[in-house]
Design a protein around this ligand. Structure first.
Ligand code: P1T
Length: 400
């Protein structure tokens, strides 16, 4: 069942999958075989070697391609628009592999720390790419930072961890005008909330480790494109470099995606209630939540992030506590239902201290400029009963 008019909840369950023609198995089997028998050299059923072709990975790749709205998802050859990798960073690396030494990449200033590290500390040296970081939530900064060598615009929206937004349609228009590829890390929003390809983006990327997997039990990455030529290029590089997602991990992500729609609704509902509670709490100096009226881009959030036409802010909240690092540590150590851990997007609620944990590799002066200070905490709101989450936060706030 893959009719293009199906709603997201239906597509999340069915896209890219049909019962096994041999056994009727409803879930795509996990094809662990690394290689496939050939009748004669070069004569086979389309599968040669699992790095290049794997039916379980293909099922995941077709599923996410359809959810992100790639028109290539029905293509009968391997360029069907979705690509699965061994991690989110491996997916980003593969896209960078399509660039050439000397190319310029303009990236959002607020990014996951590991993406920042990959750009600045690895690919600038190993691949000779030039990176610039600008506040792409401001369109004049996008225009000003583009150079004749700019080949890729890289945005996260909402960003990790400051939850800044990039105006997808406006940025895609700027990039298109200048023939620059534009890519969006859609990890925080997921296709349930926003579909960058429909806004004119060329590529969508995910850390599948997060909401797509949804259960904190798999590490993976995704690229999706709607451009046929780029799909061929990415498939070539995915196979040539080899950082593919294994069959069992592909199965886990596919299984996670089945409940993505229903989970994202729950994450958004819980997070909105928690953001409202925190914004009137005396021990909280700042609450950042995209659809909250205090967010400087709440109007853009309402336009860009929706479920069934209703604005939703996602499952992530960033807060600044009214205390120093010691107070912040006491808060984080006192949490009970929330677990203090890196990562996000699972069914269980997590709390993270970006300055010491996920964003430690971002230079201190950049962190300071972005507002990633010692009092900043990032919350990933899970799908537990929100009353328990609120009670947990209220109790831990008393410890500051
Ligand atoms: O961890 P990995 O699957 O390689 O994904 C990297 C990545 C890419 N993009 C975003 C927006 C991310 O949040 C991440 C990973 N982030 C964390 C581990 C974290 O706690 O923020």
């Amino acid at each position: 069942m893959t009719t293009p008019s199906a709603h997201m909840g239906t597509m999340a369950v069915h896209a890219g999958q049909s019962p096994c023609p041999t056994t009727g198995a409803v879930m795509p089997p996990v094809y662990l075989s690394s290689t496939y028998a050939q009748q004669s050299p070069g004569e086979h059923a389309g599968f040669e070697y699992t790095r290049s072709h794997n039916p379980t990975r293909y099922a995941l790749e077709r599923s996410i391609a359809r959810l992100e709205g790639s028109t290539l998802c029905e293509s009968s050859d391997a360029s069907f628009g979705g690509f699965a990798f061994s991690s989110g960073l491996a997916a980003i690396s593969c896209l960078l592999d399509t660039l050439t030494a000397g190319d310029h990449v303009l990236a959002m200033d607020d990014l996951y720390g590991g993406t920042h590290r990959l750009f600045r500390q690895v690919r600038a040296r190993s691949q000779g790419l030039n990176f610039n970081f600008a506040d792409l939530s401001k369109l004049d900064e996008v225009e000003a930072a583009i150079t004749p060598e700019t080949k890729l615009l890289w945005v996260e929206t909402p960003t990790n961890p400051m939850l800044k937004l990039a105006d997808l349609e406006a940025i895609a228009a700027i990039a298109k005008d200048r023939g620059i590829l534009c890519a969006c890390d859609n990890t925080f929003a997921t296709p349930i909330l926003q579909r960058p390809l429909a806004s004119g983006f060329d590529v969508v990327m995910h850390s599948a480790t997060k909401y797509l997997g949804g259960h904190s039990d798999v590490v993976g990455g995704i690229l999706v494109t709607g451009c046929p030529q780029l799909a061929e290029t990415i498939r070539f590089h995915q196979n040539s470099v080899g950082s593919i997602l294994g069959p069992f991990d592909s199965y886990l992500v596919l299984r996670g995606i089945k409940t993505l729609d229903i989970r994202m609704r729950a994450h958004c509902q819980g997070a909105a209630q928690i953001a409202a509670m925190l914004s009137s709490h005396p021990k909280v100096r700042l609450v950042v939540y995209p659809t909250h009226s205090s967010h400087p881009q709440s109007e853009l959030a309402a336009r860009q992030m929706q479920i069934d036409g209703t604005p939703v802010g996602g499952g992530m909240i960033t807060i600044e506590l009214d205390g120093d690092l010691a107070g912040c540590r006491r808060f984080l150590e006192s949490l009970d239902v929330f677990t203090l851990a890196e990562s996000l997007g699972g069914v269980e609620s997590l709390a993270n201290h970006p300055a010491i944990m996920t964003h430690a590799s971002v230079p201190a002066e950049d962190r300071a400029a972005l507002g990633i200070n010692d009092s900043l905490v990032r919350l990933s709101v899970g799908i537990e009963d929100v009353r328990d989450l609120i009670a947990d936060l209220q109790s831990a706030l008393e410890a500051i």
